[in-house]
Design a protein around this ligand. Structure first.
Ligand code: CO
Length: 152
């Protein structure tokens, strides 16, 4: 069990293109376990490896009490458009309205290297797309059509 430090917008590591995972080994399992501990410690719907300073294509999503571990995720298909509110553990002080596809199909590998497919709609799809953007150095702040300043 280990909580890792989450880096914040302005850190150049958040802007890098992450490399695919090639070894489904103990180091990957440790990274994913630590990312889960980190997400559970701070709260949130997802976390990507670059947010803990690791430039690999790994992210996790927790939605409706189910945890998804995505290694080398790929967007296969998307359709529709919708706008909703997003925040990010690496972005402090504001949220934003972002337009994203309404429905998606993705493929990814789990920590053991087994391939999975997932269909997602609405906010569930949004969380996957937000985390997958991190793997290409993209933050919601780059895409937002309206900035929402936190009150507190
Ligand atoms: Co984020």
């Amino acid at each position: 069990m280990a909580k890792r430090n989450i880096i914040k917008m302005g850190d150049p590591l958040l802007r890098k293109i992450c490399k695919p995972v090639e070894s489904f080994d103990g180091k990957l399992a440790q990274l994913i376990d630590d990312m889960e501990d980190t997400l559970h410690a701070v709260g949130g719907l997802g976390l990507a490896a670059p947010q803990v300073g690791i430039l690999r294509r790994v992210c996790i999503v927790e939605y409706d009490d189910k945890l998804y571990e995505l290694v080398n995720p790929v967007l296969i298909k998307s359709s529709g458009k919708c706008v909703d509110n997003e925040g990010c553990l690496s972005v402090v002080g504001f949220r934003g309205l972002v337009e994203r596809p309404e429905t998606i199909d993705i493929e990814y590998f789990d920590r053991r290297g087994r391939k999975h497919s997932q269909h997602a709609e609405g906010y569930f799809a949004r969380v996957f797309l937000h985390e997958m953007d991190h793997l290409d150095g993209i933050l919601f702040a780059d895409k937002m059509i309206k900035k929402i300043i936190d009150d507190d």
